[in-house]
Design a binder for this molecule. Structure first.
Ligand code: G3P
Ligand code: MG
Length: 229
């Protein structure tokens, strides 16, 4: 399998993160996969935004889960962009890249699974066009129960000795283990490969560090500047 170039929050180094502009830019830069973060808003739609509050990335204030889609769509998410729904993103990407949906909010597993199923059945997407990941391992378990056909990525924010990667690999049998750059080493990559999963590393922007991490034999890197990969 060849190395996977992943656009982080689209191409967030160039365009406002998690917006349609950012996803378009990532496609233009030739990424293999686009990463985005999702929450369920108050009216039930899945929307792409990183934080649980709208404060940092828009001109509004407050929690994403307390706002309806209509309220969210009034906000400026940067350069006049609006917070997009996952449906809009799927219709934009149209299989030009794979999608890594990161389940950020609680209750995202079931609606994400339903949406993926719908796009597979009605719009000819493949299950393998998706990778679903989360730091919230309960949400990941729920997702896997509903739609086991889709690849899972276990996100680990800080790898400790216990529980180590063996625990996560055996528990989830994930397609990938997604590690922060600070936790990855050549030895660890070999160990995860032996266990049967791939290693994806986030978030790496500096060319020197990209080179170093690639040399460890990782399977993919998330970058805000995916053209540097
Ligand atoms: O999925 C990789 C990366 O996006 C995880 O961290 O905080 O940028 O969502 P974060
Ligand atoms: Mg993310």
């Amino acid at each position: 399998m060849s190395f996977i170039k992943i656009g982080h929050r689209g191409a967030a180094g160039y365009e406002p993160e998690n917006t349609l502009r950012s996803f378009k830019k990532a496609i233009k830069l030739g990424v293999d996969m686009i990463e985005l973060d999702v929450y369920v808003c108050a009216s039930g739609e899945l929307v792409a935004i990183h934080d649980d509050e709208v404060d940092r990335t828009t001109d509004g204030r407050g929690l994403v889960v307390k706002k309806t889609l209509k309220e969210l769509r009034k906000l400026n998410a940067g350069q006049g962009q609006k917070i997009p729904t996952l449906v809009q993103i799927l219709n934009l990407v149209k299989q030009k890249a794979q999608l890594n949906i990161e389940l950020k909010g609680l209750g995202t597993a079931a609606p994400a699974a339903a949406l993926i199923e719908k796009f597979v059945v009605k719009k000819n997407w493949l299950y393998d066009d998706f990778l679903v990941s989360s730091f919230n391992h309960r949400e990941l378990v729920l997702f896997a129960k509903i739609l086991p056909q889709v690849r899972l990525g276990v996100l680990i924010s800080r790898l400790r000795k216990r529980p180590g990667v063996t625990y996560y690999q055996k528990k989830f049998r994930p397609w990938s283990i997604n590690l922060p750059a600070k936790s990855v080493s050549k030895k660890l990559v070999a160990k995860i490969h032996n266990l049967g999963s791939r290693v994806l590393v986030w978030t790496v922007d500096k060319p020197k560090q990209i080179k170093k991490i690639k040399a460890m034999g990782v399977d993919g890197i998330f970058s805000n500047f995916p053209d540097r990969l």
